[in-house]
Design a protein. Structure first.
Length: 416
């Protein structure tokens, strides 16, 4: 066993990330150090017991391999920064080596991180490490798929209301920003910001975006009056109007555009469709919805593969037919510069359906990059070496080849 005072072996740490690579991470609450007492309270009890046993019988240097059981995008900056801050607070050395650059695809079961340090220093951190790693990696993958499906649309992250507290929200926003940047490298517009000031930095912004909720429409008494109130209060801000409150999406959209023709002509008005899934957009029904899609993308109707895809095309709520009908009505009235914002369930599948229907979407407001099946976010950490000797539990031998490849690459880089 290694003595507690010995130095951690010379395993190269990853180069520090720049803020340009991972904006917002340095100031993230989820990356901030917490006290030893908080770690003791939050980690699984058997890790606390393990720490006491190892401290009593003699420490050793270990390396953990951390992985997820499904394909993801690498979104490790938060947990890397957290470990860096914990090491500083504890006055210890923790070496973190990433296997993929941020935003890179990672296969199921493939390690994302190797973490090396003294066993007694690391064992009580495992629970918190896994909490901070799995969810943003899955969210990044979903955001990436969504942004690539609709590459010309701007996306707005609206995850806050669906999260179980701020820590989850922050991890989701960070994941969306990673997936967005990966999609942007392939030509997509991606996520331009979020709905909150607190998470805006992940998207390179100083504040959140958004104009009016349904509650403001109800307060104002009409969609038009809410638009007037907003413009009077925020005259220099583009006007995005929520138009489904009274079930008169087209009527109210046109009323707002006619009230503010200069803004409409300048492209400073957008109408947001958030039509309830229990009804059709104004003027539509199953037959008319079919006719609208058939006018613009007849091949989409012939390609649908499931009932859920058909609902996205011509069903109730914010369907492809609803979006196309809104575009028709705006253009026919001379408001071709007015943009269309959509929300309500725009996850991976719905975005793909909208892409197939070539729906004329300008902006998507969504929190549906949040993992649909939470058990897919479960990350796992296994020790793969004790004082440099390989040892894993039966069933996790698949980790050893990647460990050996990483060690061979490390030697080639750092040994002449």
């Amino acid at each position: 066993m290694s003595s507690p005072g010995a130095a951690v072996p010379s395993t190269p740490a990853v180069e520090a990330r720049t803020e340009e690579a991972s904006p917002g991470v340095a100031t993230a609450l989820t990356a901030a150090a917490v006290s030893d007492a908080e770690i003791t309270a939050r980690t699984d009890s058997y890790f606390n017991r393990t720490k006491a046993i190892v401290t009593r019988f003699g420490d050793c240097v270990v390396t953990y391999a951390v992985f997820i059981r499904r394909p993801v995008l690498s979104a490790t900056a938060v947990v890397e920064r957290w470990l860096e801050n914990i090491a500083r607070e504890r006055g210890i050395e923790i070496i973190v080596e990433t296997t993929h650059v941020e935003g890179e695809w990672v296969g199921a079961g493939e390690p994302l991180l190797y973490i090396t340090g003294f066993f007694a220093h690391l064992t009580d951190l495992e629970t918190l490490v896994l909490q901070k790693l799995g969810p943003p990696c899955v969210a990044a993958h979903r955001a990436y798929q969504m942004a690539l499906s609709l590459p010309k649309a701007q996306f707005l992250a609206m995850e806050a209301r669906h999260c179980a507290g701020y820590e989850m929200q922050e991890l989701m926003a960070y994941g969306a920003s990673v997936g967005s940047r990966a999609a942007q490298k392939q030509g997509a517009v991606g996520f331009i910001g979020g709905a909150n000031d607190a998470t805006a930095a992940f998207f390179g912004q100083s504040h959140g975006f958004g104009t009016m909720p349904h509650a403001l429409i109800g307060y104002a008494g009409s969609t038009l009056r809410a638009a007037e109130m907003f413009h009077e209060t925020y005259p220099d801000t583009d006007l995005t109007v929520l138009v489904d409150y009274y079930g008169r999406e087209i009527t109210d959209s046109l009323a707002v555009c006619r009230r503010f023709p200069d803004l409409a002509a300048a492209g400073k008005i957008a109408v947001r469709l958030d039509t309830h899934g229990g009804r059709f957009l104004e003027g539509l029904d199953p037959q008319e919805s079919y006719a609208v899609v058939d006018r613009h993308v007849p091949e989409a109707i012939r390609r649908y593969r499931s009932e859920s895809e058909l609902r996205n095309l011509i069903g109730t709520g914010v369907s492809a037919a609803a979006i196309w009908r809104m575009r028709e009505a705006l253009d026919e009235a001379g408001f071709d510069k007015v943009r269309i914002v959509v929300s309500s369930g725009f996850g991976v599948t719905k975005c793909a359906c909208m892409a197939d229907a070539n729906a004329p979407i300008d902006v998507v407001g969504t929190g549906s990059f949040i993992p649909k099946l939470w058990n897919e976010t479960y990350a796992t950490a296994d020790i793969v070496t004790y004082d440099g000797v390989e040892s894993v539990k039966i069933g996790r031998e698949f980790l050893l080849p990647s460990v050996r490849r990483a060690e061979a690459a490390r030697r080639r880089r750092y040994q002449p």
